[in-house]
Design a protein around this ligand. Structure first.
Ligand SMILES: *Cc1c(COP(=O)(O)O)cnc(C)c1O
Length: 426
């Protein structure tokens, strides 16, 4: 019996759909969304949650999120487009990003997105202009850089002072953008947003950021702003390997809401709506990637490379920020994991190593390797490097499975190229 994931035999899935294959469990995604509801939304009044769609976005994912009543955090015209095509209610779509283009803002405002999270002085000017041209009045938040460092990898830490994201807290820019926004008929300023980083296992940085946001709310009150909404971003940690010890969502949100209550009381401020935006926490552990083992290279006294039929093209995270993953030989999950190997991808880069030094169940050519917790930032970050067609996505649901995104074909890889005659004619 092969390794079972969400009631499905992964070796059989690999055989039926081919590899590499992304498998995402609808069941596990819905379990997280339901935990989000019980431990946060239903527990605290005037709260809202968004799924950070950059973690994994397909039409089907949009529909699952929509059906659970939460919102969508998007960062590009493409993500707005797919949400719209899925029939996602636009008032529940919040538009983030540090360099939104005029076209993207026009698109977002025309479709009536729920919030635009304005990242800079420049962007406020652009949003106001685009909104004025349309006689629109989008609701906005300002993203601020709270100067709080989440304890995580540098590339996924965003809240420290030296960051490309947000308006620095300690600058006159903040007062200026608040004044400008309040004076404009073409934006409705609701409050502030801060996202401090990702894959955080401790709540201290969230609490610090909450405190910083409340000081800001107090600081801008004399300008005439009554802050109605604070968005604290995402970043709740998940289990990639046994080194991770993720806490339940309530560990973060209970502490945050307690801090919200304390700060409001201390500063004499009304309690604003609190919004959170988990991404990986919703999908990472709901996904596995299946590969087929190919060549195995033993370098005596050095290491054994086990090569699989995918790699950095379908999962760039190990190469991008040294991310660690765990895996199992799906054909023999109950065998002792006694072979120390390094799982390599098939891309022409020495850095294309999926898992360095992992103990596996004596992998052999033809075995199916299941890599865990790949539901977030794998499908969404995939490339066609080396012209490897991107994998299919299969959705499972308690023993059932169906193809959700088909595998890319060689013709797909050429679909955007103009032949010489077409190029000459255009
Ligand atoms: C990426 C991101 C998130 C989600 O981060 P996760 O680590 O996936 O939870 C939330 N909000 C913003 C603004 C982000 O950029």
């Amino acid at each position: 019996m092969g390794y079972k994931f969400d009631g499905c035999d992964t070796v059989a899935l690999a055989r039926e759909y081919g590899t590499p294959l992304y498998v995402l469990s609808e069941c596990l995604v819905r379990e997280r969304l339901s935990e989000l509801r019980t431990s946060f939304l239903d527990r605290y009044e005037d709260t809202f949650a968004l799924y950070a769609s950059k973690a994994f976005l397909t039409l089907e994912m949009c529909r699952i999120v929509a059906s659970e009543g939460i919102g969508l955090d998007v960062v590009s015209g493409g993500e707005i487009y797919i949400a719209n095509r899925a029939g996602f209610p636009m008032e529940r779509v919040f538009f983030h990003g540090n360099n939104k283009s005029r076209e993207e803002l026009e698109f977002a405002i025309d479709l009536g997105v729920g919030r635009i999270v304005v990242d800079s002085v420049h962007e406020l000017e652009l949003v106001t202009r685009v909104a004025a041209e349309r006689s629109a009045r989008p609701r906005i938040l300002f993203r601020i850089t709270p100067g709080v460092a989440g304890h995580t990898h540098e590339y996924i830490s965003t809240g420290q002072v030296d960051s490309k994201f947000g308006i620095p807290l300690l600058s006159d820019d903040l007062e200026n953008v608040v004044r400008t926004a309040l004076a404009s008929e073409h934006v409705e300023l609701l409050g502030f947003h801060a996202h401090i980083g990702s894959q955080l296992h401790a709540n201290d940085a969230f609490l610090e950021a909450t405190g910083v946001l409340f000081e800001l709310v107090k600081r801008v009150q004399p300008l005439g702003l009554r802050t109605r909404e604070l968005n604290l971003g995402g970043g709740y940690g998940v289990r990639y390997t046994s080194d991770d010890d993720p806490k339940p969502l309530g560990y973060f949100t209970d502490a945050i809401m307690e801090a919200v209550r304390t700060h409001s009381a201390r500063l004499g401020l009304p309690v604003p709506r609190i919004v959170i935006e988990p991404g990986r926490w919703i999908v990472a552990e709901a996904g596995v990637t299946l590969y087929t083992v190919g060549s195995i290279k033993q370098i005596p006294g050095v290491r054994t490379y086990v090569a699989v039929d995918g790699g950095m093209a379908d999962n760039p995270r190990p190469a991008l920020y040294g991310a660690r993953y765990a895996a199992v030989v799906a054909d023999r999950p109950d065998d002792p994991a006694e072979s120390l190997v390094t799982v390599a991808g098939k891309c022409c880069e020495s850095g294309d190593i999926l898992i360095k030094d992992i103990k596996l169940q004596n992998p052999r050519p033809g075995d199916t390797l299941a890599v865990f917790s790949t539901g977030a930032y794998n499908h969404s970050m995939a490339s066609t490097y080396n012209l490897l067609p991107r994998p299919a996505v299969v959705m499972t649901n308690a023993g059932m499975h169906r193809l959700s995104v088909r595998r890319e074909t060689y013709d797909d890889l050429l679909a955007r190229e103009l032949t010489r005659t077409e190029a000459d004619a255009s």
